[in-house]
Design a protein around this ligand. Structure first.
Ligand code: ADP
Ligand code: ADP
Length: 216
């Protein structure tokens, strides 16, 4: 299955991506994770991406698209994938469609995670990520009393771009550039939306039920 997750920052895309990709046995491809790995690895791509990420702006399309093209060309992505964080504007969506078409492929479904702004702000304010395994936690909702990952014992960190001013800007960027994807994919008849509030497992269940009819 070829699936895209869309939703505002903090909607739970990364959290749900872990479970959905593992349920469907497809690779989870998160552009944010790939950029952050490049930033910590000090690569040229990381240096370029960091200035945009720190401001909460999108990394330029040419850079992002080249990175996704490389990743989607790998062997493990030939029979399906879950994209988390890409596409993030209509130009990226159009290039993705053409790229897949050249390969004789097409997206099966785009899953929109729907949450309101207040919930997004609460979720981002408490988000912590494991520096070792990448698992996503929340200080309040996961009742984290220490800064260690319950899955692997790694140290948890708070993302630089989860600071309040940057979060506000990222939400504006979402509204202006990413939200138009919802009608873009609705016009292509491959959009499904699910309520992304409530316990993580319930959201996963809703998501799996919503995408099942699109499985090949
Ligand atoms: P979140 O999960 O909070 O929405 P991500 O981890 O997906 O955030 O992205 C973090 C940052 O990485 C973005 O603010 C942006 O700077 C950059 N980024 C990620 N995906 C893309 C993309 N498809 N196009 C441009 N920039 C991107
Ligand atoms: P995104 O990738 O869309 O930016 P994340 O998956 O990183 O979002 O989730 C943002 C924060 O919200 C994390 O701290 C995560 O633990 C928390 N979170 C995710 N899903 C839920 C949920 N259903 N209920 C409460 N908190 C959640």
């Amino acid at each position: 299955m070829r699936l895209v997750l869309v939703g505002p920052p903090g909607a739970g895309k990364g959290t749900q991506a872990q479970y959905i990709a593992s349920n469907l046995s497809i690779p989870k491809i998160s552009t944010g994770d790939i950029f952050r790995a490049n930033v910590s690895g000090g690569t040229e791509l990381g240096k370029l991406a960091k200035t945009y990420m720190d401001r909460g702006d999108l990394v330029p399309d040419e850079v992002t698209i080249a990175m996704v093209r490389d990743r989607l060309s790998e062997d493990d992505a030939q029979d399906g994938f879950l994209l988390d964080g890409f596409p993030r504007n209509v130009a990226q969506a159009e290039i993705l469609r053409d790229m897949l078409k050249d390969w004789g492929q097409a997206l099966d479904v785009v899953l929109e995670l729907v949450v309101d702004d207040d919930e997004v702000v609460r979720r981002l304010a408490g988000r912590r990520t494991c520096s070792q395994c990448g698992r996503i936690w929340h200080v309040e909702f996961d009742d984290k009393k220490d800064d260690k990952c319950d899955a692997c014992g790694g140290a948890l960190f708070q993302r630089d771009d989860d600071k309040e001013e940057t979060v506000r800007h990222r939400l504006e960027v979402y509204q202006e550039q990413t939200a138009p994807l919802v009608s873009y994919y609705a016009d292509e008849d491959i959009l499904v939306g699910v309520d992304a509030t409530g316990p993580v497992e319930e959201v996963t269940q809703r998501a799996m039920d919503a995408i099942r009819p699109y499985m090949d």
